[in-house]
Design a protein around this ligand. Structure first.
Ligand SMILES: NC(=O)c1ccc[n+]([C@@H]2O[C@H](COP(=O)([O-])OP(=O)(O)OC[C@H]3O[C@@H](n4cnc5c(N)ncnc54)[C@H](O)[C@@H]3O)[C@@H](O)[C@H]2O)c1
Length: 277
């Protein structure tokens, strides 16, 4: 019985031998999703600017699958602020694997400050990594996907794609743009067999957001705005990431899925008098 459930789930959600190029792999959400993708059968090209983080993720995935061939997981340095690095990374991945079936654009940065304080260098850096880099690595990978006649792109959007927090003006602008860009990719590239969707996490506890959750007042502010009254864990992104990378979502394109503990739904209510028996 357990086996038949396993076989059925595998037939729907398996990533067996899918080649996944994953940016921001060494980050909080990236590492959690990469480990899950490896367990679901994918071949992973893990890419990041953080080479130490990549090395430890690669080792962790390998120690889970000691008999797997060398191309089960391979690390590639990627600096999304540099077009030359983007092209080199994509070319290296295609040289090793011969193709990219799924591109997961997960890398992203933020710096929290008011609009009046944002300097041009900060603006440029967030734009370069979150939007321009994502744009051009997608373009580069899509050239190969087009030749192959199929492809699948997953972009990391954010709660800030639709609902803003103060101090996130540049970040929010990039994430709103990522949502729009996801639709453009879906519309323009469907004829090449490429689909594109986005994931919009709410408030997930990772190195990117720890500073907010640990803040004396901002952690409580967030809890009040989340129906479940807690941060999400990176592992809670895995289910949606599996859905979007697998053929289970073969008719989905141009969509954004929110994973936010009921934040957009309205947040946590104030106390009220209703008695439940
Ligand atoms: N954590 C959250 O609550 C949350 C909410 C919404 C959206 N997101 C998005 O999810 C994604 C992952 O976030 P996270 O919380 O895991 O963050 P994280 O900081 O843990 O990971 C981000 C990764 O991007 C990499 N990176 C940074 N600059 C790079 C560059 N120039 N080139 C290549 N890689 C680079 C970092 O090295 C890091 O490994 C981001 O796009 C983020 O905006 C996160």
């Amino acid at each position: 019985m357990a086996d038949s459930i396993g076989y059925y789930l595998e037939s729907v959600f398996s990533l067996k031998d899918k080649v996944i190029l994953f940016t921001g792999a060494a980050g909080g959400i990236g590492a959690a999703v990469c480990k899950a993708y490896a367990k679901a059968g994918a071949k992973l090209a893990i890419c990041d600017i953080d080479e130490r983080g990549l090395a430890s993720l690669e080792q962790e995935i390998r120690s889970d699958a000691p008999d797997a061939p060398a191309d089960k997981v391979m690390a590639f340095r990627l600096d999304l602020t540099d077009i030359v690095s983007i092209e080199a990374c994509v070319n290296s991945v295609v040289d090793v694997y011969g193709r990219v079936d799924v591109l997961f654009n997960c890398a992203g940065i933020n710096k929290r400050e008011g609009i009046l304080d944002v300097e041009e260098s900060t603006y440029d850096r967030i734009m370069q990594i979150n939007l321009k880099g994502l744009y051009f690595i997608s373009q580069e990978v899509a050239k190969h996907m087009r030749k192959a006649g199929h492809g699948n792109i997953i972009n990391m959007a954010s709660h800030n794609s639709v609902g803003m927090l103060g101090g996130c003006s540049v970040y929010g602008a990039t994430k709103s743009a990522v949502t729009a860009l996801t639709r453009s990719m879906a519309v323009e590239w469907a004829k090449f067999g490429i689909r594109a969707n986005a994931i919009a996490p709410g408030h997930i506890l990772t190195p990117l957001t720890a500073v907010t959750w640990e803040h004396p007042t901002r952690g409580d502010y967030l809890r009040d705005r989340i129906a479940m009254r807690r941060p999400g864990q990176p592992e809670e992104i895995i289910g949606t990431a599996l859905l979007l990378a697998s053929d289970a979502s073969s008719y989905m394109s141009g969509m954004m899925i929110h994973i936010d503990g009921g934040c957009l739904a309205g947040g946590a209510p104030w106390d009220f008098d209703t008695k439940y028996s």
